[in-house]
Design a protein around this ligand. Structure first.
Ligand code: DAH
Length: 342
């Protein structure tokens, strides 16, 4: 048997005993690598008599090609087998089996906010966003609350170490920027997270949500304010809502009001929820102060407008009968997953 035939026989024995694709590469190196058997055979060419050199070279090349193609074929075969084995051993997927999906739910504030956005958008209001970090000018000065004004006491907040920056205490902080952005006439609502340095209890939180709204045009009056609030509230609660205005003081409106709604529980008769008054305090509002319009670049001689600051958190408490405000920021899935959008 020639040397080439010996190598071929050895190769065939070895390749037939291989069962894993990884071993094929080792075999290739053993036979075709730089120091492999076939290369070794080729280096013997110099010892072959001249007249046999050509035939010898041809035989080694044929051997090399046979080994190469046998290796490629074996590799493919084994990889395919291994893939099939993985597929067959995997747990079978049966789409007819019942399965449980744990659906998430929206936060009650998100539900109320979206509801209001839909209602206001349908009445032609733009929906605006605003940052949670604002400066003293936007939160107070532009709203006719100068430094050292006692009205600031009611809105103690968290000041950042960066000069003049603070967490906004009310969504009114966006009024100035929105007036400047659009000019008059203007209708916009802007929901947002607000912060106050408060000790928390069932009715107070340091972080809560409001939705502010402004409407500015020629000849806007308190009747427009009442009309929009009534329409919006009737939509939210899905029934006719009676409202009343009481005087209230806020430096950025003149006149300013507290808007009450007829108690949803007793219908105005008087019950423990409304402290027997028949009314629930819902939303402060008023006619925008001329100074605030001026700060916003709007001429108060030409335009008037109303503004309101709806407590989204408070509204969600009323709508869903939530008695403790701390539930909202609790992160408790047990409590928060109970609210679904009807
Ligand atoms: N920004 C006030 C607050 O958080 C609420 C408010 C009162 C907003 C009257 C208004 C308004 O737009 O007209 O206490």
């Amino acid at each position: 048997m020639s040397k080439a035939e010996e190598i071929k026989k050895l190769f065939e024995e070895k390749i037939n005993s291989i069962t894993a694709s990884e071993a094929v590469e080792e075999l290739r190196i053993e036979f075709l690598g730089k120091k492999g058997l076939v290369s070794g055979l080729m280096s013997e060419l110099k010892n072959v008599p001249n007249e046999e050199k050509k035939e010898f070279g041809r035989l080694v090349n044929v051997l090399k090609q046979e080994i190469e193609s046998a290796i490629a074929q074996k590799k493919e075969e084994l990889i395919k087998k291994e893939e099939e084995a993985i597929i067959n051993s995997a747990e079978q997927y049966d789409e007819s089996l019942p399965y449980e999906i744990n659906m998430g739910s929206y936060h009650p504030i998100t539900l109320v906010q979206r509801d209001l956005e839909r209602i206001f958008a349908s009445m032609g209001f733009a929906i605006e966003d605003y940052s949670e970090i604002v400066d003293d000018y936007h939160c107070f000065e532009a709203l006719n609350i100068p430094k050292h004004h006692p009205a600031r006491d009611m809105q103690d907040t968290y000041y950042l170490s960066t000069e003049n920056q603070l967490l906004k205490t009310h969504t009114s902080a966006a009024q100035n920027a929105i007036m400047k952005k659009y000019g008059a006439p203007l209708r916009a609502v802007f929901p947002g997270r607000c912060f106050r340095n408060e000790s928390t209890d069932a009715c107070h939180e340091n972080t809560f949500f409001q939705m502010e709204g402004i409407m500015i045009d020629k000849d806007i009056s308190i009747s427009n304010l009442i009309y929009f609030m009534k329409t919006m509230l009737s939509e939210v609660f899905q029934k006719d809502i009676n409202v009343r205005l009481r005087p209230g003081f806020f430096p950025f409106v003149e006149p300013g009001f507290e808007l009450d709604i007829e108690c949803l529980i007793c219908g105005g008769e008087g019950c423990p929820s409304c402290k027997n008054s028949g009314w629930l305090e819902l939303c402060p509002c008023g006619m925008i102060h001329p100074n605030v319009l001026k700060h916003g670049g709007i001429d108060p001689e030409e335009y008037t407008g109303f503004a309101f600051g709806l407590g989204l958190t408070r509204l969600a408490m009323m709508k869903y009968g939530i008695k403790d405000i701390r539930v909202f920021n609790s992160g408790s899935l047990k409590a928060l997953s109970q609210f679904k959008n009807e």
